[in-house]
Design a binder for this molecule. Structure first.
Ligand SMILES: [Zn+2]
Length: 270
């Protein structure tokens, strides 16, 4: 599943090819994604010029003067920039064709992605209740600590809740808690203020590193399949069950929390 760093990489990959260019036409071959694509999207986009391509959580926003297309890649979606006469494959559901002769193509084999139109995208029901962006100044330890007071849920599930903060996926949650030395099972409400300083710093570092790793794949967005995938990076805890902790050599423990795998060191993470 594309996580926040992969989505941000996709945004950076497509933006330079489509900003300040006018949309000639939109072809939707399959409307049955996670939610049906409304005909609004193709009708409103046609003839508009792209002002910018932004991101909120794991949504890519293609912004025009009259509104925005809101794209989610779901479980298996990807975007790429191709020449307008590139033949479509069976999973290529949407093409946004530009007057430049280039095309933004959405491929989504499992069809869990979505595409919406909104005149005010940040107020759209999908986006309006999301927590802050993890790399923004709004996400700081004061915010997270205050938000956690009285919460009995585990800290790992707490930071993976998109109403608390967006974009902290399963791998990134495990890695951040390892770096911060916090036991993933600890109740969010029972963690001291100063430990949230370490946790917020770790979350920002882990995500920024993943985005930086994705930068190496940017050139693949033109003419390629746009598959960003998971970026190669050294994982400290995730996926290392029974392997020695990189700090203390205690074997890494694997547990399941909220139906997701968690990896941590019983000695370093308290
Ligand atoms: Zn350890």
């Amino acid at each position: 599943m594309p996580e926040l760093p992969e989505v941000e990489t996709s945004r950076r990959g497509i933006e330079p090819h489509i900003v300040d260019t006018t949309i000639a036409r939109v072809t939707v071959r399959e409307r049955r994604l996670r939610w049906p694509i409304a005909t609004d999207v193709d009708r409103k986009l046609a003839g508009q010029t792209v002002l910018s391509v932004s991101r909120r959580a794991k949504y890519i926003l293609i912004n025009t003067h009259i509104g925005s297309a809101i794209l989610h890649l779901g479980m298996s979606g990807s975007v790429s920039i191709v020449d307008h006469d590139t033949p479509a494959g069976v999973h290529d559901h949407v093409d946004i064709e530009f007057e430049s002769g280039l095309m933004l193509r959405l491929r989504d084999p499992r069809r869990f992605g979505s595409l919406h139109w909104s005149e005010d995208p940040l107020s759209h029901p999908l986006l309006v209740r999301l927590g802050p962006e993890p790399l923004s100044d709004d996400f700081d330890s004061n915010y997270l600590w205050q938000k956690s007071r009285g919460r009995k849920v585990s800290i790992k599930q707490f930071i993976m809740n998109a109403h608390v903060v967006v974009g902290v996926g399963n791998i990134y949650a495990s890695e951040s808690l390892f770096i911060a030395g916090i036991n993933p099972r600890r109740a969010a409400g029972r963690i001291a203020r100063h430990r949230y300083d370490a946790l917020v710093a770790a979350i920002k570092t882990v995500l920024a590193k993943a985005i930086a790793a994705g930068g190496t794949t940017l050139r693949d967005f033109y003419g390629g399949d746009g598959e960003a995938g998971y970026f190669q990076q050294q994982l400290e805890a995730y996926g290392r069950e029974d392997e020695p902790c990189r700090r203390c050599e205690t074997p890494i423990t694997a547990i399941v929390q909220g139906q997701r795998s968690t990896y941590y060191c019983k000695r370093c993470q308290t």
